[in-house]
Design a protein around this ligand. Sequence first.
Ligand code: DAH
Length: 339
Amino acid sequence: MKQKLEEIRNAAHTTLADALSLDALEEARIKFLGKKGELTAVLKGMGKLSAEERPKIGALANEIRSAIENEIESKKAEIASKLEEIKLKAEVLDVTMPGRAKKTGEIHPLTKVMNNIKETFIGMGFEIADGPEVEYDYYNFEALNIPKNHPARDTQDTFYVSDNIVLRTQTSGMQVRVMEKQKPPIRIIAPGKVYRSDAVDATHSPVFHQIEGLVVDKGVTMADLKGTLEMFIHRLYGDQTKVRFRPHHFPFTEPSAELDISCFKCGGKGCPVCKGEGWIEILGCGMVHPKVLSNCGIDPEIYSGFAFGIGLERIAMGKYDINDLRLFFENDLRFLSQF
Ligand code: DAH
């Protein structure tokens, strides 16, 4: 019996030494120490022993039981720490690694210039007016002194939605919309998209942006127009920029002018950007035509005003030295993230 017990001790030792998992340990515990285990089987046979031998075998059996129990416990700890080690290795976290930068979006260059222009005019006491891009022929043309068959319509290739509805070709219709609703003093800018049936090339797009401006009050003169627009240009391009007003014709202003600035590239000497002229055309402007005022129920004998229309893309191209309009609309991040 003693020999049997020693065999169990050795067998248990080998089994436990080979055990690689907690499950294997539990299996071994049941095999050797469980109710139906080998050690229990031996103890059950103790009744057959002599009174002299029984305590010795009993003591030996207890010693072996606790030896096996101890071995199971220490093996358990060993396996647990191995498992922990494997887990830690799998979860390696190198806190010295540089973080992954989150890519945030950027403001589109057209939006940047638009915001800049808006801020400048808001700073001069202007309010922002907003109106529809799908517009009545009346606001886009008729009320602006551009009747049907007027040659000015030819220069603005129009998308017609129906006989009397168009995609607005200019923001100037907003002058009429504002004057119909609001009595002077009026000081607004109306930024937004406009549409013309132009083929796409480096300087043309069927959709682009304008910023309309309108000031109406008693005693508004050409001097106010010049002062306001000069201030605007200096804010946008710097004080060194020269401004000139060149006579022009628009049906809804009288007198009318185009505003040129000294070339931002060459300073006025003449270069490819200004086509050797030294000047670059920036916007159209003029004193609001008396007919337009009366079309809106404002008495031209009492009130006068000035208006202007700025092309946003042209300004942005000049400011950022961009030579192809299409870049604004192609959404190529390599281009857009440069501003
Ligand atoms: N609407 C004109 C255009 O698209 C620009 C313009 C010229 C607007 C003179 C004005 C103005 O308000 O007074 O070409």
